[in-house]
Ligand binder design. Structure first.
Ligand code: MN
Ligand code: FE
Length: 339
């Protein structure tokens, strides 16, 4: 009888139970444990100061525009990530420990979707303005359309190719690259930077706290994605060709283009010490870290983080622990340099 050790990670071993022990991909189990310990609930974070600032004129119209656009992007994309995990990742990554992690990641994405609802409810935002942004704001629509296409492409590949074919595995890997590395690892980070900028000005602390906790989760998602992709590249070296690596570099170029357009839209004028041109540099800086993590031989000319203050905020060891007794300490160190 075959055991879990006879299968590689994309061997479409759907018929077997999720046998966690003995460990095979223990890194996935360890990340699952980290996620389990980082439990948080949006409604535990007080929004009363944010509500006052929103009403009493502390927050300018340009700042409100930024908040609404960022929420508009996350409202769509968080749900796309979670759909893709359910429809694709969980189905095709049949390894028991990875499935354990993906399950908890889906729960975290659900909490992130809840965050948007909680902020909209607290600030009494125009729901249509936030939830229809993916359809009505071109720079957000471009990002979401790109992601939706990737989910649909894998569905099309599943109709066309046998699950154990080279072509199909290529399509699965491509889906994971776009969602974990390009979307969660890169596209999400400009939105995080924009919302965390309020922290610098000691405004909208409730939103900033929720984003800090979201970033903590997302950094684990990216860590999982990186390990998963590196495992696939090792187990199926025929997928990890120099040509494919060059294709991934093109995805990063596309991500930079999408983010520059998005930043121009969100920041028509410089506010909070941010302006749209800084985001091209920031995304390239983040992209360099992602490319390095999956061993791509490429690098943008972006040696410095244009937002050095972010390193401090994203350093989760210094994050306020407002979940006394629940969230003890964070496993990660300086997130910015790490993930
Ligand atoms: Mn998320
Ligand atoms: Fe995520």
């Amino acid at each position: 009888m075959k055991t879990k050790f006879d299968y590689k990670i994309l061997d479409n071993n759907v018929g077997i139970v999720n046998q966690i022990l003995p460990h095979k991909n223990k890194w996935a189990w360890d990340l699952y444990i980290t996620s389990l310990q980082n439990n948080w609930v949006p409604s535990d974070i007080s929004m009363s100061d944010d509500i006052n600032e929103w009403k009493n004129g502390t927050i300018t119209d340009d700042e409100k525009h930024l908040v609404k656009r960022c929420l508009g992007f996350f409202a769509g994309s968080e749900s796309l990530v979670s759909n893709n995990l359910l429809i694709n990742a969980y189905k095709y990554i049949t390894d028991a420990e990875c499935r354990q992690y993906i399950s908890i990641q889906i729960k975290e994405e659900t909490v992130h979707n809840h965050t948007i609802v909680y902020i909209c409810d607290s600030l009494n935002l125009d729901i249509n303005e936030v939830y229809e942004a993916y359809a009505s704001i071109p720079s957000i629509q471009a990002k979401d359309a790109y992601l939706i296409q990737v989910t649909e492409d894998l569905d099309a590949a599943a109709q066309k190719y046998s699950p154990d074919s080279h072509e199909f595995r290529k399509a699965v890997l491509n889906n994971l690259i776009i969602y974990y590395i390009i979307c969660e690892g890169t596209l999400f980070y400009s939105g995080f930077a924009m919302l965390l900028a309020f922290n610098q000005q000691k405004k909208l602390k409730g939103i900033a706290d929720q984003i800090t906790y979201t970033v903590k989760d997302e950094s684990n998602h990216v860590k999982f994605g990186v390990q998963l992709i590196n495992t696939i590249a090792k187990e199926y070296p025929e997928l990890w060709t120099p040509e494919y690596q060059a294709t991934i570099k093109e995805y990063f170029d596309k991500a930079v283009e999408l983010e520059v357009n998005y930043a121009k839209d969100v920041l028509p004028r410089g506010i909070l010490g941010l302006n749209s041109s800084m985001f091209g540099d920031y995304i390239k800086y983040i992209a360099n870290r992602r490319m390095e993590s999956i061993n791509l031989p490429y690098k943008y000319d972006a040696p410095h983080n244009p937002f050095p203050w972010l390193s401090e905020i994203m350093d989760l060891d210094t994050c306020t622990n407002f979940f006394e007794g629940r969230v003890k300490s964070y496993k990660t160190g300086a997130l910015e340099d790490d993930f």
